[in-house]
Design a protein around this ligand. Structure first.
Ligand code: ADP
Length: 177
């Protein structure tokens, strides 16, 4: 609860999160504007365990987090069992789905698979604290924000790699990490 400046020279969440500088942007899903086909493309082209859900690409406001396997299962089930779900159906993670023209295909509502309060830290958070949070809460991943906007993601593996790196570089620091 004190000695904040003690951390100022140390690694922060922004140094460990993905994407790194010059990496392609974070793969996100929007809350009510992507089609079944859009999301199917994302889950086929990427192998991430999950995807942050945002209000819109432009706003990058975080709404929640959805696991890849839940998306795959839900879409597969809906295509088989739910009338009117086709490639052009909009996927909606919100309570109230936007009104669409009467001719458009049924909306696929996936609110139930959305984790509405994924753990987040700000980009300035010292990695000591992030590591501690991962340990104490048993997190699989944590999202990184700046001024409420989504910036990146840190997975458990990213944290383990960071710890291994710290151990190699500076044996002293392991005592404090
Ligand atoms: P793991 O870290 O256990 O391999 P993932 O497969 O989910 O888990 O993530 C692989 C790498 O990609 C990690 O370094 C992680 O930070 C990053 N990552 C995870 N999810 C996303 C995403 N939606 N968009 C971009 N990068 C991601």
């Amino acid at each position: 609860l004190e000695a904040k400046e003690e951390f100022s020279h140390k690694t922060r969440a922004m140094d460990v999160m993905r994407p790194r500088k010059n990496d392609p942007p974070l793969t996100v899903i929007t809350q009510d504007s992507m089609t079944v086909e859009d999301v199917e493309t994302i889950v086929t082209k990427t192998t991430y365990s999950g995807y942050p859900v945002v209000v819109s690409r432009a706003s990058q406001r975080l709404v929640g987090f959805v696991l890849r396997r839940d998306l795959i299962i839900s879409i597969e089930n809906a295509r088989k069992k739910q009338d009117g779900i086709v490639s052009t159906s909009i996927i909606c993670f919100t309570d109230y789905c936007p009104p669409l023209p009467p001719s458009s295909p049924s909306v696929l509502k996936l609110r139930s698979i959305l984790d509405l309060s994924p753990f987040t830290v700000t980009d300035e958070t010292p990695m000591e604290i992030v590591v501690d949070i991962f340990r104490k809460l048993g997190l699989r991943q944590c999202l990184v924000t700046h001024n409420g906007k989504l910036l990146g993601i840190i997975t458990k593996k990213d944290v383990l790699k960071h710890i291994a790196q710290m151990a190699n570089q500076d044996p002293e620091s392991i005592l404090f990490n």
